[in-house]
Design a protein around this ligand. Structure first.
Ligand code: 5AD
Ligand code: SF4
Length: 465
């Protein structure tokens, strides 16, 4: 009997589904939802692709390297697919996400053994596509932007989740930064209504979530119908979510500086559940480059927002994204980026070499920066950012932090958790603490994580005061 044959009970025996996810947290969320859509068809998660009945590659198109990885993975999977065929079985191969959206035709040309190609707006149609793929001779493709919202078609039931959960509230982007594929792959900005978001948040909490990260490509552009019939913006939504019993922590990502309004900044002052950590990409510290990037904000705007956030929540820690070597970026412009990093101070950050993406305005722009120069700039920036992160983590030593325990740690007797500033924390303790916020006295602030010991209540109260 193969795994796809009906079992003696008359119920289909589980089919094995392996999902490989690249890219942003939105893709992590999407992968989870795709698995949920397929569960009623009998697909259960498999940890390995070997012998799977279906493999989904949920892909990222943001930089060239990310897209190229898909093709090399497809080559590897083709061997497993052949092996499965030789054993009389079938492995359905699906490519989802932004590479599917942007390069559907190229995928089919380079990898004709792919059965399904589906863009990020179509994954509610997966069951139907799987059925079509079983009948079809060629590949089944869905990369149009459908008129309906996938959120109206996804099942309500969320699989039992972890202590931390993602919740997509907004998708797409209308900002059209010169370098970025997102407006083309994820489409126009669209926000889910507050009622649907609150209902999903309640289900997540019922399934065990204690921390929810609200997701959107431009999450702080969220605006939707509120519970009172008025249009709400993100600050108001966070207030409503924070009132849910059982939910301890809220985060949101990724934000754009020009959508940081006063209500959202005030939320950081008034809502204790809103964590004092914000990922706010700035991309460059040069006004000239920001203009060329079509970022719609200047360096001074970013500095003003950071100052306002720090006034609202003095302990707020910041993270950001940077691109070096955008067309036209001079050594002086890059120096301005280093200057901004020095002036602001980041707890953590991501930095990338500019990677031309086909179809984006910057891809054809003059003033390309030589690769070696991009490398040198990236190294210099990363050295500075690493030093800032290391200093930030070291600064936690001796403090008692409220840590949300997420589950068992890597070593025996260890548990893992996260600090308010999203640092991974390791400590000794019982796994039964998962889901609780406990006081942890930090003994070591390492470059990428913290370790500490469970502290006693009085110190905890002091830390939280
Ligand atoms: N090249 C390099 N980095 C890019 N990013 C987006 N597009 C590109 C590109 N073409 C970076 C930006 C963005 C992050 C998610 O990826 O910094 O904020
Ligand atoms: Fe891309 Fe972000 Fe710019 Fe939108 S705001 S185009 S997602 S970098």
């Amino acid at each position: 009997m193969t795994a796809t044959e009906p079992a003696a009970t008359g119920r289909p025996s589980p089919k094995r589904l392996h999902v490989i996810t690249w890219g942003c947290q939105m893709n992590v969320y999407d992968s989870g939802r795709m698995a949920e859509v397929l569960a009623p068809l009998g697909y259960a998660p498999a940890p390995q692709p070997d012998g799977a009945d279906m493999v989904i590659l949920n892909t990222c198109h943001i930089r060239e390297k990310a897209a190229e990885k898909v093709f090399s993975e497809l080559g590897r999977l083709r061997l497993l697919q052949r092996q499965r065929e030789a054993e009389g079985g079938r492995m359905v191969l699906a490519v989802a996400g932004c590479v599917a959206q942007a390069e559907g035709a190229e995928i089919l040309a380079r990898a004709p053994f792919v059965d399904i190609v589906l863009g990020p707006q179509s994954y509610h149609r997966l069951p139907e596509m799987v059925a079509r793929a079983a009948r079809a001779g060629g590949a089944v493709v869905e990369t149009a932007f459908p008129a309906e919202s996938k959120f109206d078609f996804l099942p309500e039931q969320r699989s039992p989740g972890g202590v931390t959960a993602f919740l997509t509230i907004q998708e797409g982007c209308d900002k059209f930064c010169s370098f970025c594929v997102v407006p083309y792959t994820r489409g126009a900005e669209a926000s889910r209504p507050a009622g649907a978001i609150l209902a999903e948040a309640r289900r997540l909490v019922a399934a065990g979530a204690r921390e929810i990260t609200l997701l959107g490509q431009n999450v702080n552009a969220w605006h939707g119908e509120g519970l009172d019939g008025r249009t709400w913006r993100l600050g108001r939504l966070i207030r409503a979510i924070a009132a849910l019993p059982g939910l301890l922590r809220i985060r949101y990502t990724t934000s754009h500086p020009s959508d940081m309004d006063a209500e959202l900044i005030a939320a950081h002052a008034d809502i204790p559940a809103l964590m004092p950590f914000l990922h706010l990409p700035v991309q460059s510290g040069s006004d000239r480059v920001l203009a060329a990037m079509n970022r719609r904000h200047a360096v001074a705007d970013f500095r003003r927002i950071v100052d306002a956030l720090r006034r609202a929540r003095p302990d707020i820690a910041l993270s950001s994204d940077f691109i070096v070597g955008h067309p036209g970026e001079t050594a002086a412009d890059f120096g301005d980026t280093l200057g901004l990093v020095e002036a602001v101070g980041f707890a953590q950050a991501f930095s990338f070499k500019y990677s031309p993406r086909p179809g984006t305005p910057a891809a054809g722009a003059p003033g390309a920066v030589p690769e070696a120069e991009k490398d040198a700039r990236l190294q210099a920036l990363q050295a500075l950012l690493r030093a800032q992160q290391a200093a930030f983590n070291r600064g936690m030593e001796g403090l008692t932090l409220p840590v949300l325990v997420t589950g068992p740690g890597r070593r025996f007797g260890q548990i893992a958790g996260r600090s308010p500033y999203l640092q991974p924390v390791h400590l000794l303790g019982p796994a039964t603490l998962a889901g609780a916020v406990v006081p942890v006295k930090i003994a070591a602030g390492n470059p990428n994580s913290l370790s500490g010991i469970l502290a006693t209540t009085p110190a905890w109260e002091l830390a939280c005061a």
